[in-house]
Design a protein around this ligand. Structure first.
Ligand SMILES: NC(=O)C1=CN([C@@H]2O[C@H](COP(=O)(O)OP(=O)(O)OC[C@H]3O[C@@H](n4cnc5c(N)ncnc54)[C@H](O)[C@@H]3O)[C@@H](O)[C@H]2O)[C@H](O)CC1
Ligand SMILES: [K+]
Length: 341
């Protein structure tokens, strides 16, 4: 045999005949162990091929999506970036792309081009920087507020990339008083699952600013707030315990954290389509399947679609996202919106 000894950190155990077994086994933390994942399918626990009749079952299953503790979220991150071979840059790129894709699904370019991304000092802020770059390439006009920059090559590289696109960085003290007039969407990328305690300056002020915005009742008179992974300032497990931000949209990454159970806004999405079976199995994750090649999937029920919006833009997907199956030949029968007109 030409095989050599495995690297000491190799995740692949030797099989008896001394060849590498390309299946990483992490010790199970929890009971459930799901059947093998079908090739090309993201997640085994939910039915991979849902017909029209099983849409109700799908909605019910959405209610059973796994919610992670703060500790498990951090542990999964460590395993992805340790024995599972990912780099932080890779995961952040996919996380940020998921956020941009989810935002673009809900807040269409023609009405929501002006996006302010407020970035914190950690990886949640990094996700925001990546999302801003993708939004730019989707045609949006992002601006960034990044008051506490992290002096690591990953972050300075992301800043350089954004500067090369002439994306404005707005110092916190120069943020316009009249945010609703200046922006259509605000992305909250301040804190994710490592947040603890109460926010320190200048984030206390920035969070208060978003709280005041979410107090404006008429959604047409204020920018929509999109939180990445955790609504910043919320307790990662308890949720909004202190009159915090009420985002319109939450994009959970990898899996929702416990605080997401308290999210009552209209748009909850899951992103971070990179979770491999060893993590799914070890943590017994129940997650919805991603449709087709999408980087994000809606969790829970979509708000009802207005016929007028379909008439305006009839080439939009004809199905609610939650109805779209991963297999293009397995879509439920749908009446074209043009036939309704
Ligand atoms: N596997 C995944 O799902 C991935 C998710 N990603 C994103 O990363 C964040 C978690 O990133 P992390 O760097 O661990 O932490 P945070 O961004 O939450 O912030 C840490 C940062 O904040 C400071 N801090 C903590 N508490 C406070 C406070 N009360 N006041 C002020 N500052 C505070 C702390 O000192 C640190 O500097 C996750 O949520 C996802 O968004 C990855 O991008 C990809 C993998
Ligand atoms: K956040």
């Amino acid at each position: 045999s030409t095989t050599t000894n495995p690297h000491p950190l190799s995740p692949f155990p030797r099989s008896q005949n001394n060849s590498r077994v390309h299946r990483l086994q992490l010790p199970a933390r929890r009971l459930p162990s799901f059947p093998a994942v079908a090739p090309g399918a993201s997640f085994a626990p939910l039915p991979q091929r849902l017909g029209m009749a099983s849409l109700a079952a799908s909605a019910a299953a959405a209610a059973e999506v796994t919610h992670l503790t703060q500790r498990d979220a951090a542990e999964i991150d460590e395993q992805l970036m340790g024995p599972l071979g990912f780099s932080v840059d890779q995961l952040m790129e996919l996380a940020g792309l998921s956020v941009a894709a989810a935002l673009a699904e809900v807040y269409k370019l023609n009405e929501h081009a002006r996006v302010l991304v407020i970035c914190g000092p950690g990886n949640n802020g990094g996700d925001g920087l990546v999302a801003a770059r993708h939004l730019y390439h989707f045609g949006y006009r992002p601006s960034i507020c990044y008051p506490k920059r992290t002096p690591k090559p990953l972050y300075s590289g992301l800043v350089t990339q954004l500067e090369s696109l002439s994306i404005p960085f707005i110092p916190v003290e120069d943020l316009p008083n009249e945010l609703p007039r200046e922006f259509d969407v605000i992305v909250d990328a301040m804190f994710g699952f490592s947040f603890h305690g109460t926010p320190r300056p200048p984030f206390d002020h920035l969070i208060q600013m978003l709280v005041s915005l979410s107090d404006i009742q008429n959604p047409d008179k204020r920018p929509a707030i999109v939180s990445i992974d955790i609504p910043s300032g919320w307790h990662v497990e308890e949720g909004d315990v202190d009159g915090g931000i009420k985002p319109d949209m939450l994009v959970s990454l990898t899996a929702p954290k416990l605080c997401a159970k308290k999210f009552t806004g209209p748009h909850h999405f899951l992103g971070g389509r990179f979770v491999p079976p060893p993590i799914l199995n070890k943590y017994g994750l129940q997650l919805p399947p991603y449709p087709g090649t999408s980087m994000c999937v809606r969790i829970g029920k979509a708000p009802s679609v207005e016929i007028s919006s379909l008439r305006e833009n009839y080439i939009s997907p004809e199905l609610l996202e939650s109805q779209v199956m991963s297999d293009p030949f397995d879509q439920p029968v749908c009446v074209s919106p043009m036939q309704w007109l």
